[in-house]
Design a protein. Structure first.
Length: 276
């Protein structure tokens, strides 16, 4: 029976490589039967490797995204840490500045406290010195008071002694003689005065003249000054016995013609009128 030839395209399609063979040559260039099952095994391994590679790729991509996310989170955390570190640095700097300021103020406060202590010590010293001076002043005042009392007592004794001596060695005047012009012609330039004598003799020497300054004015020594026509009253008062004072009256009048008789006038040698 002859061999029936069939085209390859007419053969049924195999759905597996298991049990299939082909012809090939080996390294010695000899024809050999080559199983195609290893191709399936290699393909399966390749598929498995591809699947594993895809899974590894997916895992790598997932890991990459996770790494990116972690990196982003790390960057964010780093920035936050840097910000926190900068804030901490700023706060530390501010704390250092505040500490330095506090130290400066503390030093100033220490100096002020030292100055206040020194001032207080000086004030206490001055107060103590003032107390000492006040005590000395009080002592001096007491001594001065005692001295004043003693002085007053001495003055009283001296006054008593003076009165006693005056009573023993000086007599009080009991009378007074006066010599004065009772009438003065106005415009008469002759000096006039009041003369006095206290009696008994040598019993006194001082008198006061109290005038009205009307017609005449009287000076402390008894001198008279003519002011105008009119009448003046003058009190002559002994200072050692005022009870014997006298009041005198002096008249200042215009000049008058002097009469010899009631019906005749007195003339000067040259024939002019003689005035009072």
């Amino acid at each position: 029976m002859g061999v029936k030839k069939i085209k390859i395209s007419a053969l049924p399609l195999a759905d597996t490589l298991v049990g299939l063979y082909t012809i090939g040559v080996n390294a010695l260039n000899k024809s050999v039967k080559v199983s195609l099952e290893f191709l399936k095994t290699a393909a399966d391994k390749a598929n498995d490797a591809a699947t594993a590679a895809n899974k590894a790729k997916t895992a790598a991509e997932t890991a990459t995204e996770a790494a990116k996310t972690a990196t982003k989170n790390a960057n964010t955390a780093t920035e936050a840490a840097n910000t926190a570190a900068q804030n901490a640095t700023n706060k530390a700097t501010a704390a250092d500045t505040a500490a330095k300021n506090a130290d400066t103020k503390a030093n100033a406060a220490d100096k002020a406290a030292g100055a206040a202590t020194t001032a207080a010590n000086n004030a206490n010293a001055k107060a103590e010195l003032a107390d000492q001076k006040a005590t000395a002043a009080n002592t001096a005042a007491n001594l001065a008071g005692e001295t004043a009392e003693e002085a007053r007592a001495t003055i009283v004794r001296l006054e008593e002694l003076e009165e006693s001596l005056v009573g023993q060695y000086k007599m009080i005047p009991t009378g007074m003689n006066l010599d004065y012009p009772p009438r003065i012609t106005f415009r008469n330039t002759v000096p006039r005065r009041i003369e006095y004598e206290l009696l008994p003799t040598n019993t006194g020497r001082n008198v006061l003249f109290l005038g009205d300054d009307n017609a005449v004015s009287v000076q402390p020594d008894g001198s008279l000054t003519v002011n105008r026509t009119g009448i003046s009253k003058i009190h002559v008062i002994p200072t050692e016995n005022t009870s014997i004072y006298r009041t005198i009256q002096i008249t200042v009048a215009e000049p008058e013609l002097r009469q010899v008789k009631s019906n005749s006038l007195r003339l000067m040698g040259n024939g002019s009128f003689r005035l009072t």
